[in-house]
Design a protein around this ligand. Structure first.
Ligand SMILES: [Zn+2]
Length: 496
């Protein structure tokens, strides 16, 4: 799950924030299903295999409409995740990253794409029927306290919304869609639902797919993390316990608790997995790029493998990472790219264990994440996001022609101001404090730099008892950072 979330975030890094968030739900009343069970006593849920296959076909068609046929405009990238409710029907959450020409430039454009009102019955009876059937939320609240959306006596989806004449964006960046108080309503379970209960939809998509298709505009920074966590959170799960009869005479006592617990999976979800349909989908694809410190590549071997054979394995001498550096040696084009940019122009051929120039398609790279606590590997990763065309590990450690002894030092030399935030010994609280301090420091750039510099010089001169002591520029910056770090940590022994 975490890897999928990080892949989605890589797309975000490359293409910016997604523009639309679309949720499409399987409709058991689709004519294809109704035709299939017409002459039988079956209900749609009796054939979860058919439901799964049909939903997959509709979903593929929807993605084709969006990506190839540009129904909402030209799309750069898309991500979707398929989920299953506890009762079983599949639904998919789709994030669309639009081409810059098709992003909605102002709030005024939202109304042209997304509606959140009951349409006029006389103007478009088909759309009116579809909105009434699929897009009305509720009744919930006091009219139906048992509605599944109700949590702590409140609708978890915040329906009914409020009437508003114009579409706007709230202070958190969430859109507030136009919902005019025009007297139109739909009656459901004896309750009149008006424009405040309409889930936002796209007219053409609703007509074409005849299912619950919620379309939301989501071009805001605040919700992006939540969104990707949400779409990658995994399916609803329930744990089922098989409990033995608890008779008083029953004394044979040892209960295998592990055996008695099973994870519940709906029939639809089970058939989805049996058909090997994708649960996560991304386009363009994200190439996960492993890396390692010198001589520390992963080696997979069996308990009985001979050590010589293991070490002579091709995967040891030509890891994806080492081969990238090899490729830089003989390919001029390769040297123009950093490791993370490499998959855009080159393809990893697993069979031959080498990188070949890309002939078609497009893929973006993501370097595996590592914790700051691992030290050198963490600093190597920082450098890999930037360094272009290195032919060996020493090249990665080279900053402005100077070969640094460690990756950590290379990071210091390359960008000393960044370092306090990445220091592995800092806790999040301190890191936040450092960040505030850094912002403050930018404002007071000249004053603070001068004071730090002066402080270090005086302290060093006193300690070394050398009044003429001078520090080289690079060293000054790195020492300044170290000193600040020590101060935040309350260390008494300063680093110089
Ligand atoms: Zn509700």
């Amino acid at each position: 799950m975490m890897q999928n979330y990080l892949d989605a975030m890589s797309l975000c890094k490359w293409f910016g924030y997604p523009d639309y968030f679309i949720t499409v739900t399987c409709n058991p009343k689709w004519p294809e299903i109704q035709r299939f069970i017409a002459d039988t006593n079956l209900k749609p849920e009796d054939r979860p295999d058919i439901l799964s296959r049909l939903f997959k076909m509709k979903l593929d068609s929807l993605i084709k409409d969006l990506m190839k046929n540009s129904l909402l405009g030209s799309v750069e990238a898309a991500v979707y995740t398929v989920e299953f409710q506890k009762r079983g029907l599949p639904h998919a959450h789709i994030c669309l990253f639009m081409h810059s020409d098709y992003k909605l430039p102002t709030v005024g454009y939202i109304d042209r794409v997304i509606s959140a009102e009951i349409p006029n019955k006389d103007d478009d009876p088909e759309l009116d029927a579809l909105v009434s059937e699929f897009m009305m939320h509720g009744p919930c609240g006091s009219d139906n306290p048992k509605c599944p959306c109700m949590i702590d006596n409140k609708c978890s989806k915040n329906f009914p919304k409020t009437f508003t004449e114009h579409t706007s964006v709230d202070e958190n960046g969430y859109p507030i869609y136009r919902r005019r108080n025009d007297g139109s309503f739909v009656e459901k379970s004896g309750v009149k639902l008006d424009n405040r209960n309409v889930a936002p939809y796209h007219k053409l998509l609703l007509k074409r797919y005849q299912a619950h298709i919620n379309v939301e505009w989501c071009n805001q920074g605040a919700s992006i993390k939540y969104l990707f966590k949400y779409i990658n959170k995994g399916p609803d799960r329930a744990t089922v316990a098989v409990v033995p009869n608890n008779n008083a005479d029953d004394n044979d006592d040892v209960v295998d608790e592990i055996k008695n617990y099973y994870n519940y999976m709906s029939a639809c979800e089970a058939s989805w997995h049996i058909f090997k349909f994708d649960v996560h989908f991304r386009t363009p694809s994200v190439a996960r790029l492993p890396f390692h410190l010198p001589g520390q590549q992963n080696v997979v071997y069996g308990a009985d493998d001979d050590i010589e054979d293991v070490l002579n394995k091709q995967s040891v001498s030509s890891s994806m990472f080492l081969t990238w550096m090899e490729c830089n040696e003989h390919n001029k084009e390769a040297r123009k790219l950093s490791y993370v940019e490499f998959p855009t122009k080159f393809v990893w051929k697993l069979k031959d264990r080498c990188w070949k120039p890309r002939e078609k398609g497009f893929s973006i790279g993501r370097i595996h994440t590592v914790s700051p606590n691992v030290g050198e590997a963490y600093f190597l990763r920082i450098l890999l996001n930037k360094v272009k065309g290195p032919k060996c590990f020493a090249d990665i450690r080279t900053v402005n022609g100077h070969v640094c002894a460690t990756f950590r030092e290379a990071c210091y030399c390359d960008n000393p101001n960044l370092l306090p935030l990445h220091n592995p010994v800092l806790t999040n609280g301190i890191r936040r404090y450092v960040l505030i301090f850094e912002i403050f420091e930018v404002v007071n750039k000249y004053i603070s730099s001068y004071l730090y510099f002066l402080g270090i010089i005086i302290l060093t001169r006193t300690r070394l008892q050398n009044r003429d002591f001078r520090l080289p520029n690079v060293r000054v910056s790195s020492l300044t950072c170290s000193k600040r770090t020590s101060l935040y940590l309350g260390h008494k022994n300063l680093m110089i």
